[in-house]
Ligand binder design. Structure first.
Ligand code: TRP
Length: 464
């Protein structure tokens, strides 16, 4: 089966596809905010340390497992540890992909909607009026049909790319979209810095304020360093399985991490220079993107163009991540069930879209299937929140921790280093150092999981 496995065309194509997965909504709406709020450069330093230890170790582990086995997660774990329960780590990955893409597709739809509103000058009447922009956002996401329409288009685009395969679909589109994201963000960042008072935003992000760096900020940095590289569900195992043997896995991983971090920082500059120049509130998450920004862009010259560019690049970032999630599910049915790519993509693209409709409808459209468990169901009141929390707080960290443990306990350092050395000039990789990194990564992620469960059971996190 692996003889005619699809492969990436070029090294650059692979790096752009993997960083396309990593660079997503999280880079643009989460990193800038948590960095700004938690000590600016002081947070960034901690974050860089976390990403170089936890993010890098698990990213390399996923690449190694994928390229060694030339299989997507379930098959990969089964091949290295036949007849054991480790394959369930692969199943957990496929399940996480299902869960994440169901609500990610909904948010992708929101972004598409905002492109259309922005292009026709629809933000103009929101100038400095967050109650008006907030009303539009609330009304839109809580309505029944309109979000479903945009979600359908977004998911249709995912299917369109994935059905064309690894080289002709994922790689081709990543090579177009990733450079565009960087260029457009660069343009927005320069525009922002040239605004009167824009540099206040740069200082919010990059001025080190160690006083604001709390223990909970460190836990946030750890959690984000893991999420932002798309670890824990076998995305990077799947992408690694399309590699040729001549690739240097460590340097590819470093490139992905570099691009992910650089784009997050660039997004921070683009957003906060604009927000601070206009004296708006640097709020977090969806509110920052869908409420604050639509109210500040119309105040700057050429606002319609800038906001359209922003939502367009956010759309591309979301799409390159979403396709990597769908690819995990598609690859499972191709590798393990022998389905064609077309059948697998069409069927599961549709199933996930339908589940996603229920996420969207739970926000106010009238159907909250989690409602049968009562108002305060333990992971959040709406089906959308449950899917979000379930994946982000539990499934992905557990998957990532188990991946690190798998390498340490089951695969063994000898086989791991052997695969890691293939394609690398350095044939003297020190196993103890690599093992040390993996152990630290596993312990740290275990702590994050423990902290979440503790919060779930006792109502208050140990840290954070
Ligand atoms: N890394 C993505 C972001 O920053 C989110 C994400 C987490 C993800 N896990 C993933 C994307 C798995 C694709 C696959 O937004």
């Amino acid at each position: 089966m692996s003889n005619n496995r699809e492969q990436w065309g070029t090294r650059l194509g692979f790096i752009l596809a993997a960083s396309g997965s990593a660079v997503g909504i999280g880079n643009i709406w989460k990193f800038p905010y948590i960095a700004g709020e938690n000590g600016g450069a002081a947070f960034t330093i901690v974050y860089l340390a976390c990403i170089m230890i936890v993010g890098l170790s698990i990213l390399v582990a996923e690449f190694v497992i994928g390229r060694k086995t030339l299989l997507s997660p379930v098959g990969a774990f089964e091949k290295i540890a036949p007849g054991t329960n480790w394959k369930y780590v692969g199943f957990l990955g496929v399940a996480s992909a299902f869960v994440i893409l169901s609500f990610y597709g909904v948010v992708g739809g929101w972004i598409l909607k905002y492109i259309t509103v922005s292009i026709v000058g629809g933000f103009d009447s929101f100038a400095s009026d967050t109650s008006a922009s907030g009303a539009l956002f609330n009304e839109f996401i809580t309505s029944a049909y309109s979000p479903l329409f945009y979600q359908l288009i977004f998911m249709g685009l995912c299917v369109f790319v994935i059905i064309r395969g690894v080289k002709g679909g994922i790689e081709k589109w990543s090579k177009i979209m990733m450079p565009l994201i960087v260029v457009l963000l660069g343009v927005l960042a320069i525009r922002g810095m040239t605004l009167d008072g824009g540099m206040k935003g740069v200082s919010f992000l990059f001025n080190p304020r160690f006083g604001d760096l709390s223990a909970s900020a460190i836990v946030l940095a750890l959690g984000h360093s893991f999420f932002t590289v798309s670890l824990g569900m076998g995305t990077m195992i799947t992408y690694g399985s399309y590699l040729k043997k001549d690739q240097n896995l460590l340097s590819s991983a470093l490139w992905v991490i570099f691009l992910d971090t650089a784009i997050a920082m660039l997004a921070g500059v683009a957003i906060f220079t604009t927000v601070f120049a206009l004296g708006a509130d640097p709020a977090s998450g969806p509110g920052l993107i869908f409420v604050i920004l639509p109210s500040v862009f119309p105040e700057i010259a050429g606002g319609t163009i800038w906001s359209s560019i922003f939502f367009f690049l956010l759309f591309m970032a979301a799409l390159t991540s979403a396709i990597s999630i769908l690819e995990v599910v598609t690859a499972y049915f191709i590798d393990q069930k022998g389905w064609s790519r077309k059948k697998s993509t069409l069927i599961f693209g549709s199933v996930i879209t339908i589940v996603g409709c229920f996420c969207s409808l739970s926000l106010g459209g009238g159907i909250n299937i989690i409602g049968i468990f009562g108002e305060d169901f333990f992971l959040g009141g709406t089906f959308f929140d449950v899917m979000d929390n379930l994946s982000g707080k539990y499934m992905l960290p557990i998957g990532g921790m188990l991946t690190a443990l798998f390498v340490i306990n089951k695969m063994g350092m000898k086989d791991y280093i052997k695969e890691l050395s293939v394609g690398s000039d350095n044939q003297n990789i020190n196993p103890s150092i690599i093992k040390g990194f993996l152990i630290v990564a596993a312990v740290v992620v275990a702590f994050i999981i423990f902290n979440e469960f503790y919060a779930l059971l006792s109502g208050k996190a140990l840290v954070g």
